[in-house]
Write a protein that binds this ligand. Structure first.
Ligand SMILES: C[S@@+](CC[C@H](N)C(=O)[O-])C[C@H]1O[C@@H](n2cnc3c(N)ncnc32)[C@H](O)[C@@H]1O
Length: 256
């Protein structure tokens, strides 16, 4: 741990401690044929996070947690690899591989510095993995390095407007006014745990994506359907029906 960046080392300790809470939701998503995404479980048919042409594609999930996204990719004919920073999360992922009879490589490591060659993958994905727990100035160029020309990166994150309205505690849900500055938004620390997250303003994220060699194809701001539920307390459905609590980015590495 000594040579890891401070946020990676702190997030490893925190995610090892949280891993037990992610076993039950992880199993539910492993067991589900139809992908559903994010804290509201919005169905794939609404968000279209996965490309149609996954058959035979090399894919990497950056911050794979319990591995259900890679399981969905494998069932669609892809050759997935997952990488995660938490040994405890990977232990759960390996137990689900045995339980559901599906095997693919799971690497223990930091998604900001993946020990694999350039241009190894056609598709990279992160659902609240590297996309919020890694420094974007590290993981986005690293994702670009790992992708082949024309390869796609898709990632799901909290929307910036939620980060502006959220409290410093999980049980202090987003309010209807701004509680933080937008300019300078980058690293977030919380009062009730030791984790560190990263979120950028839209303009800064677009500039970083373009500098890293990506073309932005779509930004989809997600409105959960009426009646949606979540186990998280930091935002209510009423709030998320009025403003985007999560958003999905689809970007493609330029062909040359
Ligand atoms: C919320 S889970 C994402 C997995 C799954 N999609 C989900 O939503 O449950 C976040 C995962 O990111 C991992 N993570 C945090 N920092 C990371 C890093 N630097 N490199 C790789 N994985 C990281 C954590 O260990 C954790 O398993």
């Amino acid at each position: 741990m000594a040579d890891l960046p401070e946020h990676v080392s702190r997030n490893r300790t925190q995610w090892d401690a949280w891993a037990a809470e992610y076993v039950r939701p992880g199993r539910e998503r492993w067991a589900s044929e139809e992908p559903s995404w994010g804290i509201w479980g919005v169905p794939e048919s609404q968000v279209e996070m996965l490309p149609a042409d996954l058959e035979g594609r090399d894919t990497i999930e950056l911050g794979c947690g319990t591995g259900y996204v890679s399981a969905w990719l494998a069932r669609r004919g892809a050759r997935p690899v997952g990488i995660d920073n938490s040994p405890a999360q990977l232990e759960t992922a390996r137990s689900f591989q045995r339980e559901f009879g599906l095997d693919f490589p799971l690497l223990h490591g930091n998604a900001e510095d993946v020990p694999l060659p350039d241009a190894s993958f056609d598709f990279a994905i992160s659902e609240y993995g590297a996309s919020i727990w890694c420094d974007p100035y590290e993981w986005i160029p690293e994702a670009a390095r790992l992708l082949r020309p024309g390869g796609r990166l898709v990632f799901l994150v909290n929307a910036p407007i939620l980060m502006l309205c959220m409290g410093d505690l999980e049980e202090d849900p987003a309010e209807q006014h701004l509680r933080r500055d937008y300019f300078g938004m980058h690293r977030f620390e919380w009062d009730d745990d030791d984790s560190i997250e990263f979120h950028l303003p839209h303009g800064e994220l677009i500039a970083l994506l373009r500098r890293s060699g990506f073309e932005v194809e779509e930004l989809r701001e997600i409105q959960p359907p009426e009646g949606s539920t979540t186990s998280y307390q930091y935002v209510t459905l009423d709030w998320a029906r009025r403003w985007p609590s999560e958003e999905l980015w689809k970007v493609r590495k330029a062909r040359r």
